[in-house]
Design a binder for this molecule. Structure first.
Ligand code: HEM
Length: 160
């Protein structure tokens, strides 16, 4: 094999520039704002209500821990790439809350394809998100505004 072919192979195997060290490779997809599944909030009120990027990161980390240890939905997260998931879930929430991030993950339908997620799983995830937001002292009104936006993605996440 020529050096050029090897160089090309190596190039295509390298992770995208926004990936963190330790992430597993994923099939190629186009990074687009529409992948987030909804438009971000306008203004900075929601970003402030969540305590900016630091507060959002705490909520996301709590949510991931709750989901992974959950007796009902924990199993769905067993095979997840934790490094990537922590990054993309943070980016997603940060983007939607208009806290200064770009979402580089997949669209919601592709991200949850063939996971067999049911309405009960979705409800459980929402409960865990509420617990995570409560623990961080996020105001009820702000919690509900975010939950209302996420609810519009239900059709792309729930399969049955
Ligand atoms: C509106 C509700 C939901 C939103 C907004 C959401 C958001 C996301 C995002 C942004 C990603 C990352 C995609 C990527 O890395 O390209 C993701 C992946 C994932 N989600 Fe969700 N999700 C929702 C509901 C759920 C539910 C209900 C479950 C299961 C109970 C779930 C399980 C997963 C799993 C297992 C992954 C893949 C992690 C990996 O292997 O990298 N999600 N989700």
């Amino acid at each position: 094999m020529s050096m050029i072919a090897i160089a090309l192979l190596l190039q295509s195997a390298s992770p995208p520039p926004y990936a963190m060290p330790g992430e597993e490779p994923v099939e190629a997809y186009e990074v687009r704002p529409e992948n987030a599944g909804a438009k971000p909030f306008e203004g900075d009120a929601m970003a402030k209500a969540f305590g900016g990027q630091d507060g959002i990161r705490r909520v996301v980390n709590r949510l991931i821990d709750l989901n992974s240890n959950d007796p009902v939905i924990g199993e769905i997260f067993v095979t997840e790439d934790r490094v990537r998931f922590r990054r993309t879930l943070f980016e997603h929430m940060c983007y939607l809350l208009n806290a200064g991030c770009i979402y580089t993950g997949m669209d919601m339908r592709s991200a949850h394809k063939n996971m067999g997620i049911q309405q009960a799983d979705m409800n459980r995830m929402v409960e865990n998100l509420q617990s995570a937001m409560d623990a961080e002292g996020i105001r009820f009104h702000a919690q509900n505004r975010l939950l209302a936006k996420l609810a519009t993605m239900r059709k792309d996440v729930v399969e049955r």
